[in-house]
Design a binder for this molecule. Structure first.
Ligand code: PLP
Length: 244
């Protein structure tokens, strides 16, 4: 079979094109059902384990936001990514000692879940003369295996971050627990929506509730029904991940 690059078969590029179209149609349909405008939804491509050539292909198709989980992987791809019209976000748990490596490189850190990491982002952003946008990650299912702050402690953390000058909260992010039944997932998605709406209504100083980042390959349509405006999609766009 014809090959465009050393290791990536042409078929995979065509799959991404087809998947991209299908996901856009699904987003449009979910918006129609929910009475929402598709223009308000950010379709973020999640790029862990995905080769740069395929990511750039997705960007050529119209992807405007990509999300990487690990700092090291992002940095290894960074210089080859077509980021002129595309934002890169960190969406995985960020260790305090890695913050310096991404400040000024990423447009947003979606996974802030402690005062400690927020203070480090603030300190290094101030040093660089910039303000870094972040989302606070909420562990809506209270799973021990997951990072994120509990729903009960979210306001308290937001209050602390709001006092920092070089970090700006733009909303909330979550990964709901994996459930066999979509109706169970929906409970977590709507609990998250409720938290988002409640916090928005507080109009906290220096906190903007602009983005609700939730929904992945298996539940982005339902997440849109529950108010998400950033959906983070990996597998449905790029195919199953190969961690080899
Ligand atoms: C991997 C990942 C996704 C995408 O998951 P898929 O099921 O492959 O769409 C979204 N968000 C985060 C934080 C992830 O780590």
């Amino acid at each position: 079979m014809e090959r465009l690059y050393d290791e990536i078969p042409k078929e995979r590029f065509l799959d991404v094109e087809e998947n991209y179209k299908v996901i856009c149609e699904n987003i449009n349909e979910a918006c129609y059902k929910a009475g929402r405008d598709p223009k308000d939804i950010i379709f973020m491509a999640v790029t862990k384990t995905v080769p740069v050539e395929l990511i750039n292909h997705a960007i050529d198709l119209g992807i405007t936001h990509i999300g990487e989980n690990r700092v090291q992987e992002l940095l290894s791809k960074y210089d080859r990514l077509k980021l002129d019209n595309c934002q890169a976000h960190i969406i995985g748990h960020l260790q305090t000692n890695k913050v310096g490596k991404v400040i000024g490189k990423v447009s947003m850190i979606q996974s802030v879940d402690s005062e400690k990491v927020a203070e480090e982002i603030d300190r290094l952003s101030e040093k660089a003369g910039i303000v870094t946008d972040v989302l606070v990650e909420v562990n809506i299912g209270q799973e021990e295996s997951k990072s994120g702050i509990s729903a009960e402690k979210t306001v308290e953390l937001l209050e602390k971050i709001s006092k920092l000058k070089s970090i700006k909260v733009k909303g909330l992010m979550t990964i709901p627990p994996f459930c066999d039944k979509m109706e169970d997932t929906m409970v977590f998605l709507s609990n998250m929506q409720k938290l988002f709406v409640d916090i928005s209504a507080k109009n906290m100083d220096n906190i903007s509730m602009q983005y609700l980042s939730m929904g992945m390959s298996s539940d982005y349509k339902e997440a849109i029904a529950c108010g998400a405006n950033i959906v983070r999609i990996g597998t449905a766009l790029f195919g199953a991940r190969n961690y080899k």
